[in-house]
Design a protein around this ligand. Structure first.
Ligand code: C5P
Length: 222
C-alpha cells in the first residue's frame, strides 16, 4: 500500500497528540510529536540558563544537542542526548517558556529541517503548529483540529488529574490563552490553517470519533 504523510495542526490542548498517536498506531505509521522537540530545547535552555529571548544562543544550544523521539504506546519517549526528558519537558517551567523559544526564526528553521528529515520516508503522522504550512506543505492529508479554549483547558485538567499531576483549571486556562496568543501572532510560521487543511471542531466529539474520521480520510488517500 502507498504510504502518505499526515499533518495535524491546531492550538494547545486540542487533543492533537492523543489522536495523532492513535491514528499512527492504527495505520502502522510513525508518530512524531514536534511540540516535544521545542519543549526539549526549552528544557535544555532552562538547564543552561539561556535567555529565551536570545535566538542565536538558542540556535547554538540546539546545534549542540541531539533530540531523539522514540515511539512508545503512550507517545514519544524524548531524549536530549542520553537524558530521558519525557516527563520533565511537561513541567510548568518548560510550558511557561516554550512559546517564547519557538518564536525565533533561526530556531524554527533548524527544527523544521530536523522534522522534514524524520518524515522523509513517508508513513508518518506529525503534530504541531506549522506542519501543514511549513514542515510538510506537500502532506497528502492535512487536518486542523479545533476546540473551544474552555474545552481544551478542561481536557488538559482532567488528563492531569487522571495522571495524578497537581492541576488547577483556572491556571491551565490562562496558560492556554497565553500560548494561543503567542503561537498565533508570532512573525515566523504562526499557527494558521493551511489552505488545503480539513478543519475538525472536536469540542463535541470523542477521541474515538476523531480518530475514526481521520482514519477514513487517510484511507481515501492511500
Ligand atoms: O504541542 P505542544 O503544546 O507540546 O507544543 C509546545 C509549544 O511548542 C507550542 O505552544 C508552540 O509554541 C511550539 N510549537 C511550535 N511549532 C510546532 C510544535 C510546537 O511552535 N510545530
Amino acid at each position: 500500500m502507498k504510504k502518505i504523510n499526515i499533518a495535524i495542526d491546531g492550538p494547545a490542548g486540542a487533543g492533537k497528540s492523543t489522536v495523532a498517536r492513535l491514528l499512527a498506531s492504527r495505520l502502522g505509521y510513525v508518530y512524531i510529536d514536534t511540540g516535544a522537540m521545542y519543549r526539549a530545547l526549552a528544557w535544555k535552555a532552562l538547564q543552561r540558563k539561556v535567555d529565551p529571548k536570545n535566538g542565536p544562543a538558542l540556535l547554538s544550544l540546539l546545534k549542540e544537542i541531539e533530540i531523539r523521539l522514540l515511539p512508545t504506546e503512550r507517545g514519544n519517549q524524548v531524549f536530549v542526548n542520553d537524558t530521558d526528558v519525557t516527563t520533565d519537558i511537561r513541567s510548568n517551567e518548560v510550558t511557561a517558556i516554550v512559546s517564547k523559544i519557538s518564536q525565533h526564526q533561526e530556531v524554527r528553521t533548524s527544527m523544521v529541517e530536523r522534522q522534514q528529515q524524520l518524515a522523509r520516508h513517508k508513513g508518518t503522522v506529525l503534530d504541531g503548529r506549522d506542519i501543514g504550512t511549513a514542515v510538510l506543505p506537500e502532506a497528502e492529508l492535512k487536518i486542523f483540529l479545533l476546540a473551544t479554549v474552555e474545552e481544551r483547558a478542561k481536557r488538559r485538567h482532567e488528563e492531569n488529574c487522571q495522571k495524578g499531576i497537581p492541576s488547577d483549571y483556572a491556571s491551565i486556562l490562562e496558560d492556554i490563552k497565553q500560548r494561543d496568543e503567542l503561537d498565533t501572532t508570532r512573525t515566523f510560521s504562526p499557527l494558521v490553517k493551511a489552505k488545503d487543511a480539513i478543519e475538525m471542531d472536536t469540542t463535541n466529539m470523542s477521541i474515538a470519533e476523531v480518530v475514526e474520521r481521520m482514519y477514513e480520510l487517510a484511507m481515501e488517500r492511500i
